[in-house]
Design a protein around this ligand. Structure first.
Ligand code: A2P
Length: 339
């Protein structure tokens, strides 16, 4: 029997994540019958390659979703808020990379390795979690299943690609400005990002945390379906192009040895253990960039608390943290006959 194939749209196709969504659809041989690329009016006249031919970029509009089976959105929260409900009404299943619907109780928030069963029922919108949350829960899932997790304290070191293509250009431009002795130009970030870092991702909230930090709290609780997990996050922007790194301290519900954790992680889907410090083997963003595994290393006991563990978790934020996870959700829908 011929394999079923689908009419797929990518919204924000000219952006850092959208562009990669197109590549990942091709890499993973997603069964695309027809591909529609959508972006703003600024992108009219552009085209992107897919399976050996150039595909034009169209302007996103209210009628863009007629006859489309599945749309991957990565054009920011305001575009999602306006257009995802229109697409859903037109019968298209939206997989949305923005934060617009993540905390809506009707909308599943899915990491296929972690909570695939939560994918249905859905209101024709499924949310892709925040990049820093995805890689953390992929690494924690086997430990959570084995002994439970009571508390997580995480500090992130996040790449500029998470902010989008303008931020990638800003870091590149600032490095060049500094090399040439020019004044540093700054438009996207609140501080110079070249040779600097700052604990400020998203707006500051009344409780003193940033939006990004609170995403890690609420999304982790939703994905594990466990509002009791305590999470405290500090999120930091660093001058790295691709790949978020995270120092993750956890308190487990019962004792577990480092060897057992290592063996659980070695067998976990989507995880690669890179943990031989004597050989200088531990995860780094340059090794994570361009591939889909979540790399975990520096696994050790945290002797400062009962049942404490620490690890270092690195993944490509625009692949597993965004584009790949979105395509995997679409694959999960096919697997479960939901598309
Ligand atoms: P465009 O390139 O036409 O501006 P990034 O996150 O890398 O900055 O990319 C954002 C993506 O979202 C781009 O593809 C951008 O298109 C798209 N986008 C931004 N605003 C809109 C909008 N109002 N309508 C449609 N697409 C938009």
């Amino acid at each position: 029997m011929a394999q079923k194939s689908f009419k797929v749209a990518v919204v924000g196709a000219t952006g850092a994540v959208g562009n990669l969504m197109v590549k990942v659809l091709e890499e993973r041989s997603f069964p695309v019958r027809e591909l529609t690329l959508l972006a703003s009016v600024r992108s009219l006249g552009k085209s992107l390659p897919f399976k050996g031919s150039e595909h034009p970029v169209y302007e996103l509009g209210e009628d863009s979703f007629k006859g489309i089976d599945v749309a991957l959105f990565s054009a920011g929260g305001s575009v999602s808020k306006k257009f995802a409900p229109l697409a859903a009404q037109a019968g298209c299943v939206v997989i949305d990379n923005s934060s617009a619907f993540r905390m809506d109780p009707r909308v599943p928030l899915i990491v296929p390795e972690v909570n695939p069963d939560a994918v249905s029922p859905h209101p024709n919108i499924i949310a892709n979690p925040n990049c820093s949350t995805i890689q953390m829960v992929v690494a924690l899932k086997p430990i959570y299943d084995a002994v439970g997790i009571k508390r997580i304290v995480v500090t992130t070191f996040q790449a500029v690609s998470g902010t989008g293509k303008r931020a990638i250009e800003e870091l590149r431009g600032q490095v060049s400005d500094l090399m040439h002795g020019n004044e540093v130009r700054r438009e996207v970030y609140p501080h110079q990002i070249a040779f600097n870092c700052f604990p400020h991702i998203g707006a500051f909230l009344e409780n003193g945390y940033t939006e990004e930090e609170m995403k890690m709290v609420y999304e982790t609780q939703k994905i594990f379906n466990d509002p009791g997990i305590a999470v405290c996050a500090t999120t930091v922007r660093v001058p790295v192009y691709y790949g978020h790194s995270e120092s993750v301290n956890i308190e487990t519900g019962a004792p577990i040895s480092v060897d057992r954790v290592r063996s659980l992680l070695e067998n976990a889907p989507g995880v690669r253990v890179v943990d031989d410090p004597a050989q200088k083997h531990y995860p780094v963003p340059l090794a994570a960039a361009g591939q889909d595994d979540t790399l975990v290393g520096r696994i050790r006991q945290d002797p400062s608390v009962e049942n404490g563990l620490v690890m270092w978790v690195v993944a490509d934020n625009i692949r597993k943290g965004a584009a790949t996870n979105a395509v995997q959700i679409a694959e999960l829908l096919i697997e479960r006959n939901l598309l």
